[in-house]
Design a protein around this ligand. Structure first.
Ligand SMILES: NC(=O)c1ccc[n+]([C@@H]2O[C@H](COP(=O)([O-])OP(=O)(O)OC[C@H]3O[C@@H](n4cnc5c(N)ncnc54)[C@H](OP(=O)(O)O)[C@@H]3O)[C@@H](O)[C@H]2O)c1
Length: 210
């Protein structure tokens, strides 16, 4: 697939690494073009592109900025009407130990409202950058799960295909409004990783008795 990654930080860099390895055609754009160039240089096959027009021709867009920058970054990337936008953001407080919104809305729904026409799918927000960068295989047949929530079946299928191409298992988490559940799961993951000291080589999975 042709995929544009917006943001070249922890998550953006890990996406570029795993997406190129999975054989996708990856473009990366960042506020600081030097950072995008650095990430592209580290991943043969990826290319750094300017923000404007970076989503042209893309089958999917990975939105890998902080939540506060997300809608602005998407608008600055070109015409996203009808485009699949994978929202990985968590609306975190400054100390990372809380969420700035929830219950009655979610980051994903707010982004979808702010950029009408984009087909937004919540996914990967419960996957730490370390886990994404190192890969989905936790050994012993255990795979990290990606929870996908969207009102667009096309967006959900694209997110599923992308996650599976990188070796992740996928859980269909229903409509976009279920991002209201997924974002707090990420909050718990962050608490366990940093607050409780388990580290960032952890991931939430849902198990079902055979
Ligand atoms: N880190 C994790 O383990 C993790 C896990 C799951 C989900 N998430 C979510 O994923 C998102 C990214 O997290 P991160 O850890 O990768 O953060 P990060 O390292 O701070 O990276 C965010 C990147 O987005 C860039 N950016 C900001 N505005 C932009 C714009 N308008 N256009 C293009 N790029 C822009 C930033 O540029 P500058 O460098 O210029 O500021 C920065 O490089 C967050 O919403 C976070 O909640 C993170």
């Amino acid at each position: 697939m042709k995929i544009t990654v917006i943001g070249a930080g922890n998550m953006g860099a890990a996406f570029v690494k795993q997406l190129t390895r999975a054989g996708h055609q990856v473009s990366v754009t960042a506020r600081d073009s030097a950072k995008a160039a650095q990430v592209a240089a580290a991943n043969p096959g990826a290319k750094a592109v300017p923000a404007a027009g970076s989503v042209e021709g893309a089958d999917a867009i990975v939105l890998a900025t902080g939540y506060a920058d997300a809608a602005g970054a998407l608008r600055g990337a070109g015409d996203v009407a009808g485009k699949v936008v994978i929202d990985i953001t968590n609306p975190l407080t400054a100390d990372y130990m809380g969420l700035t919104l929830g219950h009655a809305t979610s980051a994903a729904e707010e982004i979808a409202k702010a950029v009408p026409g984009a087909e937004v799918v919540k996914a990967f927000n419960t996957v730490f950058a370390q886990v994404l960068g190192e890969g989905a295989d936790f050994g012993g047949g255990r795979k990290v799960e990606v929870f996908v929530a969207s009102d667009s079946e096309r967006a959900k299928s694209a997110a599923r295909a992308i996650a599976e191409s990188m070796g992740f298992a996928v859980v269909d988490a229903g409509p976009l409004k279920n991002a209201r559940y997924l974002e707090p799961v990420a909050g718990l993951n962050i608490y366990l990783g940093y607050g409780a000291g388990l580290g960032t080589a952890i991931a939430p999975v849902w198990i079902r008795k055979a």
